[in-house]
Design a protein around this ligand. Structure first.
Ligand code: ATP
Ligand code: MG
Length: 269
């Protein structure tokens, strides 16, 4: 029922409208030093939803994501995770917030010198004091979730691009996160592998009730997985659209949004 699609109005917030927000972003100013990429954006992400952050190349999607995951401090504004102010919390509290996150970066970056199992085990070694046997068992379980258990002892170089992405998701799930952030999960994958990854994300979302925040360019993927999206705009440094992918496709009258969702070329890159 969660993935039921609707082509009704953009403001149709469907099943999630009554649920609480796990992430609240208020007047976020995002960028580097004196370079402001996004200026004063606000949005929230509901518990259990698959939330998409879209926008043209270089508009600042990954930068916003780095603000959300505690990696880069925003220039201004506030980010609340389950009501707690991420960037204004004392270090111990901030760490507790960050421990609820799983992250898959745009350059998925498995450690090439470690096996898949060791890659998945790494966050546990860093953040828990579990005995090694327990960590290995959990790592195998995570690899099984993404269909890679039999590759536990393989090196990343022995895997296809899609398998590497799945392994990176397994590693992001190592600490049982309640929120999983994925930056361009299907970038560089062929359409079939990309669809398989979409289905994996939906399956994980349904079975684990994890909240997903996904940055992506892939239109087909957005329609398959995203419950709700925001579209960031480089020119105005703001959010130019927010809603369900179908709602935006059908009802938006914003040029970039119409071109993006209907695959009309011009200057979208
Ligand atoms: N560490 C950094 N220091 C300074 N500028 C940066 C840094 N990282 C990225 N930028 C710049 O910020 C802008 C936005 O980059 P960002 O990676 O957030 O965009 P994006 O929307 O994720 O792009 P893409 O779709 O290509 O992944 C770019 O102009 C980029 O060159
Ligand atoms: Mg990016």
């Amino acid at each position: 029922m969660k993935k039921k699609k609707s082509s009704q109005s953009v403001s149709h917030a469907k099943d999630f409208s009554l649920e609480d927000s796990v992430i609240e972003v208020k007047a976020l100013r995002s960028g580097y030093g004196s370079t402001v990429l996004m200026d004063g954006i606000s949005f929230d992400v509901k518990r259990g939803e698959i939330f998409g952050i879209l926008g043209g190349s270089g508009c600042g999607k990954s930068t916003v994501l780095k603000n959300l995951i505690g990696l880069n401090a925003p220039i201004g504004g506030n980010i609340y995770i389950q009501g707690k102010n991420l960037w204004n919390s004392p270090p111990k509290e901030k760490l507790a917030i960050l421990n609820q996150f799983g992250v898959m970066y745009q350059q998925s970056a498995l450690f090439g010198s470690l096996t898949l199992l060791e890659n998945v085990r790494l966050p546990m070694e860093e953040f828990t004091s579990l005995p090694i046997d327990a960590m290995n068992t959990i790592s195998r379980m995570k690899l099984r979730m993404v269909g890679l258990e039999e590759f536990a002892n393989h090196m990343p170089a022995e895997l296809s691009g899609g398998m590497k992405k799945r392994a990176a998701i397994a590693r992001a799930m190592a600490l049982d996160p309640s929120i999983l952030f994925l930056d361009e999960p299907s970038a560089g994958l062929d359409p079939i592998t990309s669809v398989e990854l979409d289905h994996l994300i939906i399956r994980l979302s349904r079975t684990l009730n994890v909240t997903f925040v996904i940055v992506t360019h892939e239109l087909a993927s957005i329609f398959t997985i995203a419950d709700r999206v925001i579209v960031l705009d480089k020119e105005s440094k703001g959010i130019i659209a927010e809603g369900t992918p179908e709602g935006l496709k059908d009802t938006s009258n914003i040029d970039f949004v119409v071109r993006f969702f209907n695959r009309l070329p011009k200057d979208f890159q």
